[in-house]
Design a protein around this ligand. Structure first.
Ligand SMILES: *[C@@H]1O[C@H](CO)[C@@H](O)[C@H](O)[C@H]1NC(C)=O
Ligand SMILES: *[C@@H]1O[C@H](CO)[C@@H](O)[C@H](O)[C@H]1NC(C)=O
Ligand SMILES: *[C@@H]1O[C@H](CO)[C@@H](O)[C@H](O)[C@H]1NC(C)=O
Ligand SMILES: *[C@@H]1O[C@H](CO)[C@@H](O)[C@H](O)[C@H]1NC(C)=O
Ligand SMILES: *[C@@H]1O[C@H](CO)[C@@H](O)[C@H](O)[C@H]1NC(C)=O
Ligand SMILES: *[C@@H]1O[C@H](CO)[C@@H](O)[C@H](O)[C@H]1NC(C)=O
Ligand SMILES: *[C@@H]1O[C@H](CO)[C@@H](O)[C@H](O)[C@H]1NC(C)=O
Ligand SMILES: *[C@@H]1O[C@H](CO)[C@@H](O)[C@H](O)[C@H]1NC(C)=O
Ligand SMILES: *[C@@H]1O[C@H](CO)[C@@H](O)[C@H](O)[C@H]1NC(C)=O
Ligand SMILES: *[C@@H]1O[C@H](CO)[C@@H](O)[C@H](O)[C@H]1NC(C)=O
Ligand SMILES: *[C@@H]1O[C@H](CO)[C@@H](O)[C@H](O)[C@H]1NC(C)=O
Ligand SMILES: *[C@@H]1O[C@H](CO)[C@@H](O)[C@H](O)[C@H]1NC(C)=O
Length: 319
C-alpha cells in the first residue's frame, strides 16, 4: 500500500513537471522581438524581423528576416554595419590575343558550376569522340567564362541571341583553325553571314589537335533589357575558314536552344536542331520528412504526458 502511494505521488508529480516544462517553453518562444533596435542586451531565443543590431551582442538562435541578414546564425560580437553588396563587375576590356590552352575542355563542372550544352547529348569533349560542346560559368554581372570544343576543317563558333532566333545581328565568338593555331574572331551573325566586329572579350586560350579545336574565353554578353535574368538562345556551329584571306564560310548550325539563363548550371536546355534535350533537369524530390518528424515528436510528448497522468490517476484510484 505504501509503495503504491509513493508511486502514485511520483507519477502525478512527473506528469505536472512534464506539462509545466512544455508550458514554459511555449511562453519563452512567444517572447519574440519583432520590431525594435537591440542596442543593449542578449537575445537568446527569438525572431528579430526588423531593426538594427549595432554591436557586441550574442545571438544564439535568432531568425532574422530583415534587415540584410537573411540566413545564418550570429554567434558572438559581430557588428552589422557593412550591409552594402559590392557592385557587379563591368564590361571586360577587349583583348583577343590567344594563349595556348594547356588544359582540356571537359564535362567535370557541368551542372555544378557550369551550364553545358552539347551534341550528341552529354558527349564529353575530352574524349576523341566527335562532340560539339559549349559551357558557361557566371563571372558576375553580364560576364561569363565560355568553353567551346568541336570538330571542324575551319572554325567552331558560339552565338548568343537575345531573342529566340539566331542571325539577327547576334554576338558570335569564333575560334578558327589557323594553320594549327587558334585564331579568335569576334563577329556578328546576320542571316548566315559572319562579319568580324569588336566584342567585349578577353583571356582567350585555344588549341588545335587534328580537326579538334578547343578554346576558352571570357565575354560580356549583351544586357538583356526588360528581362528578369540573362536569358539567351545559344547557337553552336562550325564552318570553313580560309586562313589566307581570313574569310569565314556560312555557319552550319548544329545546336540551337530555347532561351536559357546562362548563369544556371541546371537550366533545362533543348537542342531544337534535332529536338533532343541537351541538358535536362531532374526536379529535386520534395522533402517533407523534417516537418513530419517535428509533428511526430510533439505527438509523442502529448502521448507520454497523457500516459503519465492516466497512470497517476490509476495509482490514486488503486488507493
Ligand atoms: C530604433 O532606432 C530608430 C533610429 O535610431 C528610431 O527611430 C526608432 O524609433 C527605434 N525603434 C525602437 C523600437 O526603439
Ligand atoms: C547578457 O549576458 C551576459 C553574460 O551571460 C550577462 O552578464 C548580462 O547581464 C546579460 N545582459 C542582459 C541585458 O541580460
Ligand atoms: C519565430 O520563428 C519560429 C520558427 O521559424 C516560428 O515558429 C514563430 O512563429 C516565430 N514567431 C514570431 C513571433 O514570428
Ligand atoms: C537601421 O539602419 C539604417 C541605416 O543606418 C537606417 O536607415 C534604419 O532606419 C535603421 N532601422 C532601424 C529600425 O533603426
Ligand atoms: C544555426 O544554428 C542551429 C542550431 O545550432 C543549427 O541547427 C543551424 O544549422 C544553424 N544554421 C546555420 C546557417 O548555421
Ligand atoms: C559573446 O560570446 C563570446 C564568445 O562566445 C563570449 O566571449 C562573450 O562573453 C559573449 N558576450 C556576451 C555578452 O554574452
Ligand atoms: C563593433 O563596433 C564597436 C563600436 O563601434 C567596436 O568597438 C568593435 O570593435 C566592433 N567589433 C567588430 C568585430 O568590428
Ligand atoms: C563593405 O565590405 C566590402 C568587402 O568586405 C568592402 O569592400 C567595402 O568597402 C565595405 N564598405 C563599407 C562602407 O565599409
Ligand atoms: C593581351 O593579352 C595578352 C595575353 O594575355 C597579353 O600578353 C597582352 O599584354 C594583352 N594586351 C593588352 C593590351 O593588355
Ligand atoms: C543540379 O542538380 C543536381 C541534381 O540534379 C544537383 O546534384 C546539383 O547540386 C545541382 N546544381 C546546382 C548548382 O544547383
Ligand atoms: C590528339 O588527339 C589524339 C586522339 O584524339 C590523342 O591521342 C593525342 O594525344 C592528342 N594530341 C595532343 C597533343 O593532345
Ligand atoms: C562540321 O561538323 C560536322 C560533324 O558534326 C562535320 O561533318 C563537318 O565536316 C564540319 N564542317 C566543317 C566545315 O568542318
Amino acid at each position: 500500500m505504501d509503495t503504491r502511494l509513493v508511486l502514485a505521488v511520483v507519477l502525478v508529480a512527473l506528469a505536472w513537471m512534464s506539462a509545466g516544462t512544455n508550458k514554459m517553453a511555449v511562453e519563452a518562444m512567444s517572447a519574440n522581438s519583432t520590431n525594435g533596435n537591440m542596442t543593449n542586451g542578449n537575445m537568446t531565443n527569438g525572431n528579430m524581423t526588423s531593426g538594427n543590431m549595432t554591436a557586441g551582442h550574442n545571438m544564439t538562435n535568432p531568425n532574422m528576416t530583415n534587415p540584410n541578414m537573411t540566413s545564418g546564425n550570429m554567434t558572438g560580437g559581430q557588428n552589422m554595419t557593412n550591409t552594402t553588396s559590392p557592385n557587379p563587375p563591368g564590361p571586360l576590356t577587349t583583348n583577343t590575343t590567344v594563349e595556348i590552352l594547356e588544359t582540356t575542355v571537359n564535362r567535370s563542372e557541368c551542372r555544378k558550376t557550369r551550364l553545358c550544352v552539347a551534341t550528341p547529348e552529354n558527349c564529353d569533349p575530352a574524349t576523341p569522340d566527335s562532340c560539339l560542346f559549349v559551357s558557361f560559368k557566371s563571372a558576375g554581372g553580364q560576364n561569363f567564362a565560355f568553353e567551346l570544343s568541336g570538330e571542324t576543317e575551319g572554325y567552331i563558333a558560339c552565338t548568343i541571341s537575345t531573342d529566340s532566333n539566331l542571325g539577327g545581328n547576334d554576338n558570335t565568338y569564333v575560334c578558327a583553325n589557323n594553320n594549327g593555331i587558334v585564331k579568335f574572331i569576334p563577329a556578328l551573325l546576320n542571316d548566315d553571314k559572319l562579319t568580324e566586329t569588336n566584342l567585349s572579350v578577353n583571356s582567350v586560350k585555344g588549341k588545335v589537335n587534328g580537326t579538334k579545336v578547343q578554346c576558352t574565353f571570357d565575354a560580356t554578353v549583351p544586357d538583356p533589357t526588360a528581362r528578369a535574368s540573362a536569358r539567351f538562345a545559344i547557337g553552336v556551329s562550325n564552318g570553313t575558314y580560309n586562313s589566307s584571306t581570313g574569310k569565314l564560310g556560312p555557319p552550319e548550325i548544329k545546336i540551337q536552344t530555347n532561351p536559357v539563363n546562362l548563369a544556371n548550371p541546371n537550366a533545362t536546355v533543348t537542342n531544337q536542331v534535332n529536338g533532343t534535350a541537351a541538358n535536362t533537369t531532374t526536379p529535386p524530390a520534395a522533402t517533407t520528412a523534417s516537418t513530419t518528424a517535428g509533428h511526430a515528436i510533439a505527438l509523442q510528448q502529448s502521448l507520454s504526458q497523457a500516459l503519465l497522468i492516466i497512470m497517476g490517476v490509476l495509482g490514486l484510484a488503486m488507493l
